[in-house]
Ligand binder design. Structure first.
Ligand code: FUC
Length: 751
């Protein structure tokens, strides 16, 4: 479980990412001029703002009327003029700074190697200058809240270097603090007419063993030390989306004083132990070939030609590593780039795009046993349910809350960017799915109780805003769109796109089930029950496809990256082989039409789709495309440019090939349904996984050989009823909490 390279990074997407959930860095591994680009996840542009637009409500009836009269272009123009967010765009995520380490005489080196060990979350750079072996160990620890850079050599007195800060921001302040510390302060940018109100304060403190430390021109000079440790701490004045009264200097000072008292070995062992509490929950072995001996960048290039199942396992664990490194309780959720960004104007602001990308970031958290990593997402949904209530009231005069296709640190919820991309009211409702997923996997009723009002708020918005379609008489959203796909040239504005209906169906049904489980809210449940059956249904069109829109207008040649109408196939379970065979065939047809290309995340989504279509080989083909076309040398997903969703979506796809799970609520009781090896590709004939989580509250181990099950062990965490399916065998059983059940290749219970 190692990424390794035989040369330093020459570009950002070759550098190695590290992070502790809140702070993180990209380590280039250069010898004479090491570069460490770093981030803090609350450092964004602008400041608290509200994006609701009172003009919107005034023209809402007219926009609806235009759509229902098939004047979609006119409706879209009206939305652009009157109904968009003020300001039109959201705030961008910002980089915190650059740390430069200059080593005189380290231009010519031998025996170079840099690596990231996924099992310890430590990156190492090693090389020789003459006969001295130098080593750097770098990691961001959640225990001590700093990034640690340990420099050592195999001979005494050899550690000499100069450390200083720089930043891409023009406005910055670099100073010395005391005798062994330098500080860097950078400022969030003004954009969209909103001043940058955040500052990110970072400090670098050195502790050297022997040798000399001095400060000169706000640079740290270290000479002839046996070893040295650099501690890098960063914080901003962000407290929450309404409060920016934090004092970052005090925070970092406290962090540095505390960590500097600890010996390096203790800092390192604490970090590894804490990280492994998450990482070690899942093991995966897909076999190893000679390809695994090559550097990671070489393996990525050769993946389509060589058999390299170990890279699949590494890709899977790398995604888990990334999620642990950028999404911990108390931190911000993973944005479009996780938390790694070197630009003031990153692509799409490195924000939260919630018409697929943010959700995809969290597809793997529950099944790959990183449930806690979802917490920042849940916290953001909670914030957005507050800001989104204002948008619902002002823009729609509706109850509940709404969030459109994007949000940012300030939890903006109104439609942004332009009608074609942004006027989509179902983002918040999709996010709410993740609240329900958490319950399905954990059975945590307290959690459900806490978040039910938020799910309900999302549903209330649609109770108030769904309208009866004049022609079809079904309840539909209007205006809306099928994310970012044009119905006709440059027009996306429409009524009741399939995806909206699927999302709202899930949301209403989840709320109905939740209210039963919690024994609450009977009246509202009745309202939802009355509405859910009137939602526009999924329809099969003239090409045999699942229709993306109410009318049968899908173009049989479109390869658009968004495959929104297949939300019903994945992540949702409204379409399945056993329960809806016709829709299942139509979904397959739609996917065939879309083709095997796309952006990184689009290919990642298709891995999951093909797995749900039980076609392991096609799923693996998409994985191969993702690696070959959509992956940078450091294993980061290439949209292009870098976007982290493909990493997470790709890993979720591997999970779906090996195991799929569903839940059922019968009379308040949660039960699970697990499919073992539902889409095992022929390229992965032998392997094992341990520690997957399944809906209904189960932990699953699977071992297979020559493409066939050897055994599966299922531990019941909650004592719920269980249905297990492998091939054409199905077993239904009651389980006892804490008991493990082992089935052999014939699905006979052996223990
Ligand atoms: C959506 C996608 C783009 C990109 C952006 C961040 O708009 O359509 O491909 O991923 O989000």
């Amino acid at each position: 479980m190692i990424l390794f390279y035989d040369k330093p990074a020459t570009q950002w997407v070759e550098a190695i990412p590290i992070g502790n959930g809140r702070i993180g860095a990209m380590v280039f591994g250069k010898t004479a001029d090491e570069l460490i680009q770093f981030n803090e996840d609350t450092f964004w542009g602008e400041g608290p703002y509200d994006s609701a637009n009172p003009d919107s409500l005034k023209v809402l009836p007219q926009a609806r009327k235009l759509v229902f009269e098939n004047k979609n272009k006119e409706a879209q123009d009206l939305i652009n003029q009157k109904m968009m967010s003020v300001p039109l765009r959201q705030a961008p995520y910002q980089p915190a700074g650059l740390l430069n380490l200059i080593f005189e005489g380290h231009q010519q080196v031998t025996d170079y190697r840099r690596q990231l060990d996924l099992s310890t979350a430590v990156t190492t750079v090693e090389y020789k200058v003459g006969d001295v072996m130098f080593k750097r160990q770098i990691f961001s620890t959640a225990v001590d809240n700093v990034t640690v850079i340990h420099l050592s050599a195999d001979k005494p007195g050899k550690i000499s270097f100069v450390a200083d800060f720089s930043a891409v921001q023009e406005k910055k302040k670099i100073e010395s603090v005391g005798k062994d510390t330098i500080s860097l302060e950078v400022y969030g940018i003004e954009s969209n007419g909103i001043d940058g109100k955040l500052r990110c304060h970072s400090r670098l403190k050195v502790v050297a063993e022997k040798g000399e430390v001095r400060l000169e021109n706000n640079k740290l000079h270290i000479e002839n030390a046996d070893s040295a440790i650099l501690f890098l701490a960063s914080a901003t004045n962000y407290v929450n989306y309404k409060d920016i009264s934090g004092q970052p200097e005090l925070i970092v000072e406290k962090q540095l004083n505390a960590v500097a008292k600890k010996p390096f070995e203790k800092i390192l062992s604490d970090h590894i132990a804490e990280y492994q509490k998450f990482f070690n929950r899942v093991q995966i072995d897909l076999g190893t070939t000679a390809a695994a001996k090559q550097p990671t960048d070489v393996r990525i290039k050769g993946f389509a030609e060589n058999s390299d199942p170990q890279l699949v396992a590494t890709y899977f664990q790398f995604a888990r590593y990334l999620l642990i490194s950028c999404s911990r309780p108390g931190c911000q959720p993973a944005n479009l780039q996780g938390l790694w960004n070197d630009s003031i104007t990153p692509p799409w602001g490195s924000k939260y795009t919630i018409n697929i990308n943010t959700e995809m970031n969290y597809w793997l958290s529950e099944p790959t046993n990183l449930s806690e990593c979802g917490e920042p997402l849940f916290a953001m949904i909670k914030d957005n349910s507050v800001t989104g209530r204002k948008t619902a009231k002002v823009n729609y005069d509706a109850k509940g809350w709404v969030c459109h296709h994007n949000t940012d640190l300030w939890r903006a919820t109104a439609p942004v960017d332009g009608a074609f991309y942004g006027f989509w009211p179902s983002g918040g409702a999709w996010l709410c799915q993740h609240l329900w997923y958490h319950y399905e996997y954990t059975g945590d009723k307290q959690f459900l109780e806490k978040y039910y009002p938020i799910m309900k708020g999302a549903a209330e918005f649609f109770v108030d805003t769904l309208v009866e379609h004049p022609k079809y008489k079904w309840l539909v959203t209007c205006p809306s769109m099928s994310p970012e796909n044009a119905m006709f040239e440059k027009v996306s504005t429409c009524a009741g796109p399939t995806m909206d209906m699927q999302i709202i169906r899930d949301l209403f049904n989840d709320c109905i089930m939740a209210s039963k489980i919690l024994g609450t809210d009977k009246a509202f449940r009745k309202v939802l029950e009355g509405k859910v059956s009137r939602l526009a249904p999924m329809q099969i069109g003239k090409h045999g496809q699942l229709q993306e829109w109410l009318d049968d207008i899908d173009c049989p040649e479109t390869h658009h990256r968004h495959v929104s109408h297949l939300y019903g196939l994945f992540p949702s379970s409204q379409i399945s082989k056993d329960k809806t065979p016709e829709l299942f065939a139509a979904a397959k047809k739609s996917l065939e039409i879309r083709g095997d290309g796309g952006t990184g995340w689009s290919m990642a989504w298709k891995i999951n789709f093909w797995a749900r279509l039980c076609d392991g080989d096609h799923s693996y083909k998409m994985f191969t495309n993702l690696i070959s076309i959509g992956t940078y040398p450091n294993l980061f997903d290439a949209h292009p440019p870098f976007q982290i969703d493909g990493n997470f979506g790709g890993a979720s796809g591997i999970t779906e090939m090996l195991m799929q799970s569903y839940s059922k609520i019968n009379d308040k009781e949660l039960s699970g349904e697990i499919y073992i090896l539902p889409a095992l590709p022929s390229a992965l004939p032998n392997g094992s996984v341990k520690g997957f989580r399944a809906r209904g509250g189960f932990e699953v181990n699977i071992e297979w050989k020559n493409g066939k099950l050897v055994q599966t062990e299922i531990k019941s965490l909650l004592g719920n009823n269980l249905k297990i399916c492998y091939g054409d065998k199905t077993i239904e059983t009651k389980t006892k909490r804490g008991e493990a059940y082992i089935y052999n290749e014939n699905m006979e219970l052996t223990k």
